[in-house]
Design a protein around this ligand. Structure first.
Ligand code: NAD
Ligand code: UGA
Length: 470
C-alpha cells in the first residue's frame, strides 16, 4: 500500500470529531490521533480529569476517552503543529446555515471549512490526505482542492494532497454504537490509493462489505440525501398525526401498520414534536439551495416542504396546548419535561422544545423546565431570556426557571408537557404528580412515552400526539 497512516489530525473537537476520533483511537492503537480545536474551553473539557466534564455527553464515550486519552488520543489547541505532523487530516468543523450574504438562510456557511483548508495548505508537510468529515454541499471538494493547489505552487516543501469525502452518519445519543457498528462507511474519492489508506483504518473494525466506495460527488450528495430522507419520514408521520387527531385514528397504530411493510420499514416512524438537531434542517435547506442554484425549483420546493411542515407542526402543538388550557397561559405554571432535541444527549440545537417554549412564553406562561442533561445557561441562550428564580402566578409576562427535579417542575403546575423522551419521564408516579399539581391539571405527551391509563386514572386530563380517541 502506498500510504501508511501513522498520524491523524482531526480539526474540530465537536459532536462528530470527538466521538469519531475516540472510536478510531480505540480500534487503531498504532495510530496517533490529535484532535485540535480553536475553542480553548472545549479542549480544556476534553482534557478534564473529571470525565463528567467532557464537553459532550454520549453513552460509552467517557469510557473510551478514559482508555485512550494520553496514549494515542490527544486533545489540544495546537492546530499548526498537529497538521504539520499528520499524514491524514480530517476536517470536522461546523457547517451551519449562512446567516447573511448570498444564500443566507439556506446555503451552508463554509468559512470554517475554508479556513481549515488554508491551514492545511500552509502547515502540512509531504503528502497529506485531507478527509471531508463535515457535511458539505456537493462539489465542496473542488473548493478544498483549489485552495490546496495554491499551496502546491507557493509552498517550498513540495507538498502533495488527496481529498476524500467520508461523511458521518452517526446520530447523537447513539454515536458510539453507530460508530462501532455502522450500517456503512462511505468513502468518495478519485485516487484509489488514498481511498485504500482510509479504508484500511476502518477495516480494523468494520466489515469490508460495509465500506462503500463512490466518486466524490456521489459521496457528498449521499450524505445530504440520507438526512433529507430521514427528516422526510418524520415530517410525513407528523403530518398524519394531525389527521389522526381529527379522524379517530391513532398514529402509533398507523405507524405500526405501515412500518410492517418491508418496503417502508419500521424505523423513523415515531411521531414527535418535530425533528430537531443541528443537521436535518440545515442539510435540507442546503439541498434546497443547491436545487435552486442548479435551476431545479420543483425539486427545491419539494424538499422545502419537509422543513416547513416541521415548523408548522411545532406551532400546532403549542396552539393546541393553549386551547386546552382555556385559551390563556397568563399566570399558569407549566412543567416542561425535556429540552434536549432527543434523549441521551445534552444537545439542544434546533430542539422542538425551543420553539414550543417560545410560543408558550409569548402567551405569558411560567415555565419550569426540567432536563437531566441540559444546563440552565444553555436554555437561556436558546430562549434568549434569562431564568427568573421565583415563578409566580401573579406575573403577567412569560418567564422560565430551571426545575432541578421532576417533582419541583410539577409542584403547583397546571400542566406538564413531555417534549423529550427521557427514560425518567416514563417512570413518573402520576398519582403523586396529581397531588402536587393545580387542578384541573393536564398532561401533554408529544413523545408517546406516558401510559394514558396511569395518567387518567390519577385524575389528570390527558392529551397525546396523534391520538384521535381522546
Ligand atoms: P460542532 O459545532 O459540535 O463542532 C465543530 C468544532 O469545530 C467546534 O468545536 C469549533 O470550535 C471547531 N472549529 C471550527 N473552525 C475551526 C478551525 N478553523 N480550526 C479548528 N477548529 C475549528 O459540530 P458537529 O456537530 O461536530 O458537526 C461537525 C460537522 O459534522 C458538521 O458539518 C455537521 O453537519 C456534521 N455532522 C454532525 C453530526 C451530529 O450528530 N452532530 C452527525 C453527522 C455529521
Ligand atoms: C441525524 C441522523 O439520524 C444521522 O444519521 C446523521 O448523521 C445526523 O442527523 C447528522 O447528520 O447530524 P441526529 O440528528 O443526531 O442524527 O438524531 P436523530 O435520531 O436522527 O433524530 C433527529 C430528530 O428527529 C430528533 O429530534 C428526534 O427526536 C426526531 N425523531 C427521530 C422523531 O421525531 N421520530 C423518529 O422516529 C426519529
Amino acid at each position: 500500500m502506498k500510504y501508511k497512516i501513522k498520524n491523524i489530525c482531526c480539526i474540530g473537537a465537536g459532536y462528530v470529531g470527538g466521538p469519531t476520533m475516540a472510536v478510531i483511537a480505540e480500534n487503531c492503537p498504532n495510530i496517533q490521533i490529535e484532535v485540535v480545536d480553536v475553542n480553548k474551553e472545549r479542549i480544556k473539557k476534553w482534557n478534564s480529569n473529571n470525565l463528567d466534564e467532557l464537553p459532550i455527553f454520549e453513552p460509552g464515550l467517557a469510557e473510551i476517552v478514559k482508555r485512550c486519552r494520553g496514549k494515542n488520543l490527544h486533545f489540544s489547541n495546537l492546530i499548526k503543529e498537529k497538521i504539520k505532523s499528520a499524514d491524514m487530516v480530517f476536517i470536522s468543523v461546523n457547517t451551519p446555515t449562512k446567516k447573511k450574504g448570498i444564500g443566507a438562510g439556506k446555503a451552508s456557511d463554509l468559512k470554517w471549512v475554508e479556513s481549515c483548508a488554508r491551514e492545511v495548505a500552509e502547515y502540512s508537510r509531504g503528502h497529506t490526505i485531507v478527509v471531508e468529515k463535515s457535511t458539505l454541499p456537493v462539489r465542496t471538494a473542488e473548493t478544498i482542492k483549489s485552495i490546496l493547489n495554491v499551496s502546491q505552487t507557493l509552498n517550498p516543501h513540495n507538498n502533495t494532497f488527496d481529498v476524500l469525502s467520508n461523511p458521518e452518519f452517526l446520530a447523537e445519543g447513539t454515536a458510539i454504537n453507530d460508530l462501532k457498528h455502522p450500517d456503512r462507511v462511505l468513502i468518495g474519492g478519485e485516487n484509489d490509493e488514498a481511498i485504500d489508506a482510509l479504508s484500511k483504518i476502518y477495516q480494523n473494525w468494520v466489515p469490508d462489505k460495509k465500506i462503500l466506495k463512490t466518486n466524490i460527488w456521489s459521496s457528498e450528495l449521499a450524505k445530504l440525501t440520507a438526512n433529507a430522507f430521514l427528516a422526510q419520514r418524520i415530517s410525513s408521520i407528523n403530518s398524519i398525526s394531525a389527521l389522526c387527531e381529527e379522524t379517530g385514528a391513532d398514529i402509533r397504530e398507523v405507524s405500526r401498520a405501515i412500518g410492517s411493510d418491508s418496503r417502508i420499514g419500521s424505523k423513523f416512524l415515531d411521531s414527535g414534536p418535530g425533528f430537531g438537531g443541528s443537521c436535518f434542517k440545515k442539510d435540507i435547506l442546503n439541498l434546497v439551495y443547491l436545487a435552486e442554484h442548479f435551476g431545479l425549483p420543483e425539486v427545491a420546493s419539494f424538499w422545502n416542504e419537509v422543513v416547513k411542515i416541521n415548523t408548522w407542526h411545532q406551532h400546532r402543538i403549542a396552539k393546541l396546548i393553549i386551547k386546552k388550557l382555556f385559551g390563556t397561559l397568563s399566570g399558569k405554571k407549566i412543567a416542561i419535561l425535556g429540552f434536549a432535541f432527543k434523549s441521551n444527549t445534552n444537545d439542544t440545537r434546533e430542539s422542538a422544545s425551543i420553539q414550543i417554549c417560545k410560543d408558550l412564553l409569548d402567551e405569558g406562561a411560567q415555565l419550569a423546565i426540567h432536563d437531566p442533561k441540559v444546563s440552565s445557561s444553555q436554555i437561556a441562550l436558546d430562549l434568549e431570556i434569562n431564568p427568573k428564580s421565583k415563578l409566580s402566578n401573579n406575573l403577567n409576562e412569560g418567564v422560565w426557571d430551571m426545575a432541578n427535579t421532576i417533582e419541583d417542575a410539577l409542584l403547583e403546575a397546571d400542566a406538564a408537557i413531555v417534549l423529550t423522551e427521557w427514560n425518567d419521564y416514563t417512570k413518573i408516579d402520576w398519582e403523586a404528580g396529581y397531588k402536587k399539581m393545580r387542578k384541573p391539571a393536564w398532561v401533554f405527551d408529544s413523545r408517546s412515552i406516558i401510559h394514558p391509563e396511569k395518567v387518567t386514572k390519577a385524575g389528570l386530563n390527558f392529551w397525546r400526539l396523534g391520538d384521535g380517541l381522546i
